[in-house]
Design a protein around this ligand. Structure first.
Ligand code: PEP
Ligand code: MG
Length: 574
């Protein structure tokens, strides 16, 4: 069986499927008879024992792999064994004749609620642990095995209807051969993370979950966009060969990874990196990039059940700036909302989350969270070349308001005697069309800007970037995109301010040729795209790039632009 999908992170993988369906309990409430009471009591004690075994195993695993997380499971053990909770559950079964699942849900929810309303932040955070333990018990009660992407213990191909960014952010990437989902598009955050981990990913594979089971053999061709379920021997041999040839090409391309990004006529282009964490694998790219053009700080917030404190954030940002020394690190402030949620922050469900209280808008509502991040960033600026960038800016008022909060934080830190860079550059992402149209005004309000083409395309073309059903309308090569980006580039060039492209198309070697012709000389991308972009830069001249822009201006459709860019790149590389 062959399925079609969108290859969002290139590569070929052969392996066994791991079907990921996160457990969600559906609780029904009913009265039980005297006989059933005995049965539910017995079942509750059996389920509790099994939960205790699971937690013990997790403790053992974590003490070998990640000691920081052992404490979490020790706390879960305490909750599970808490006598008051156990007595209250049994009382609901015995005295109120409630069914076991309902009794478990009610008692755990009560304590989760009590803790979430406490004044002490640490206590509030315990409520998530109560819910976690409750889910574990209810899952075992429902007879389901534990599935958790951070606990994969052998290499698998993850198949899921959808993956939340937090699923992808916490997965044990050593054991992920490839990712296949039914939803998602090229610029969904699952796609972005897959690319940065260099895991082949095929998204938008419609209907695949109905035809796939655990451990079934699959081949993921995230080059041509095919998923083969239960391939035969001949197909397996063919794809083994294709994979070897693909890896060989990638290896050749790697020779461009560490060259200086200098054009054939000597013009220097800056190649920056997009990162989501400061782990060693991401920072390894510091050796061959000019800085960090986009540090998606929200992934730091997604890793735990608690919001990172000012000090925790400070150490992470400090590590990034110290790694890059004099080179710039652009920290993007929290961009939550849209497809990114936080376990540590309860956010109301919105009908149109991408048009809702996202990123800067949310930060304005949660000023304590925003200012904690600004303070941590300012303190880290004392250790290197840190710049701050605001996402989802829609108006001049947004910029002025955000800058005013930076000033407030500076005042506080001065009073408290902290060191920071008084002149830390402050910039914005240009990803809402309104702000792109106003580029000639905006440029006077900021030190720099970076074009977030993923969202710019979503909002300009009115296409949900995650909805595979409308993926063909998400046209990054639409002439409107190039026209608008050109206009922004001219405004920034005239004002002599720095402008980069940090959306996914900023790492697309074909589009980069055109952007260079428009005057943009700074690009930020995942490490994976660096070799291909540097290769094109090394062969391109400014004359050629400008001629390309001239040709492009005459075109009216995305398919024509794509065709032109492909032809120009082929010519350049042959
Ligand atoms: C963008 O929108 O282009 C961007 C870089 O930000 P994100 O993909 O994180 O929304
Ligand atoms: Mg964006």
């Amino acid at each position: 069986m062959v399925f079609k999908g969108l290859p969002v992170s290139k590569g070929i993988a052969l392996g066994k499927a791991f079907v990921y369906t996160p457990f969600t309990a559906t609780i029904d409430k009913h009265n039980i008879s005297a006989d059933e009471k005995a049965e539910h009591r017995y079942r509750f004690s059996e389920v509790t024992k099994k939960a205790a075994d699971e937690i013990k195993k997790l403790q053992e695993k974590m003490s070998a792999e990640d000691t920081d997380k052992v404490g979490i499971f020790e706390a879960h053990e305490d909750i599970l064994c808490d006598e008051t909770i156990v007595d209250e559950i049994l009382a609901l079964i015995n005295e109120e004749s409630h069914n076991g699942e309902y009794a478990i849900d009610t008692v755990y929810e009560k304590y989760a609620q009590i803790f979430s309303e406490m004044d002490d932040e640490l206590m509030q955070e315990r409520s998530a642990d109560f819910r976690d333990v409750k889910n574990r018990i209810l899952r075992i009660w429902a007879g389901q095995e534990e599935k958790n992407l951070s606990q994969l213990d052998h290499p698998v191909v993850i198949c899921a209807h959808d993956l939340l960014p937090s699923d992808t952010a916490t997965l044990n990437k050593k054991n992920v051969l490839a990712i296949v989902t039914e939803t998602g598009g090229n610029t969904s955050h699952s796609a972005i993370i897959a690319r940065s981990y260099e895991i082949p990913a095929l998204l938008g594979v419609s209907g695949v979950m109905a035809s796939i089971q655990n451990n079934i053999a699959v081949i993921v061709d995230a080059v041509d966009g095919d998923l083969l379920v239960q391939p035969n021997e001949q197909e397996t041999a063919e794809y083994e060969k294709k994979k070897a040839a693909y890896l060989h090409t990638i290896k050749e391309l790697q020779t461009f990874r560490s060259i200086d990004p200098v054009m054939a006529d000597g013009t220097r282009i800056d190649i920056f990196l997009n990162i989501g964490s400061v782990n060693d694998e991401e920072l390894e790219a510091a050796a061959y990039t000019d800085g960090v053009g986009l540090f998606r700080s929200e992934f730091l917030f997604m890793q735990g059940k608690e919001l990172p404190s000012e000090n925790q954030q400070y150490y992470v940002y400090k590590k990034a700036v110290e790694t890059y020394g004099e080179r710039q690190v652009i920290l993007r402030t929290l961009d939550i909302g849209g497809d990114k949620t936080l376990e540590s922050m309860h956010l109301p469900k919105e009908d149109n989350p991408f048009l809702g209280c996202r990123a800067l808008r949310l930060c304005f509502q949660k000023l304590d969270v925003f200012k904690t991040q600004l303070r941590a960033a300012l303190r880290a600026s004392a250790h290197g070349n840190l710049a701050l960038m605001f996402p989802m800016v829609g108006s001049i008022e947004d910029i002025q308001k955000a800058k005013a909060h930076v000033e407030e934080c500076k005042q506080e830190l001065r009073k408290e005697g902290y060191l920071f860079n008084e002149k830390m550059p402050v910039g914005i992402m240009i990803e809402i069309p309104a702000i792109a149209v106003l580029a000639d005004v905006v440029v006077h309000e900021v030190d720099f800007a970076s074009i977030g083409t993923n969202d710019l395309c979503q909002y300009l073309m009115a296409v949900d970037r995650l909805n595979s059903n409308v993926a063909m309308y998400y046209q990054s090569y639409n002439p409107a995109m190039f026209k608008l980006i050109h206009q922004v580039s001219l405004a920034f060039e005239k004002a002599g301010k720095s402008l980069s492209v940090c959306g996914e198309i900023g790492g697309d070697a074909m589009a980069v040729m055109a952007f260079i012709g428009m005057g943009i000389k700074k690009f930020s991308m995942t490490g994976y795209n660096v070799p291909a972009v540097k290769r094109v830069i090394s062969k391109l001249t400014m004359d050629k790039a400008q001629q390309l822009v001239g040709k492009l201006q005459a075109l009216t459709m995305a398919c024509q632009i794509e065709e032109l860019l492909k032809a120009e790149m082929d010519e350049l590389l042959t």
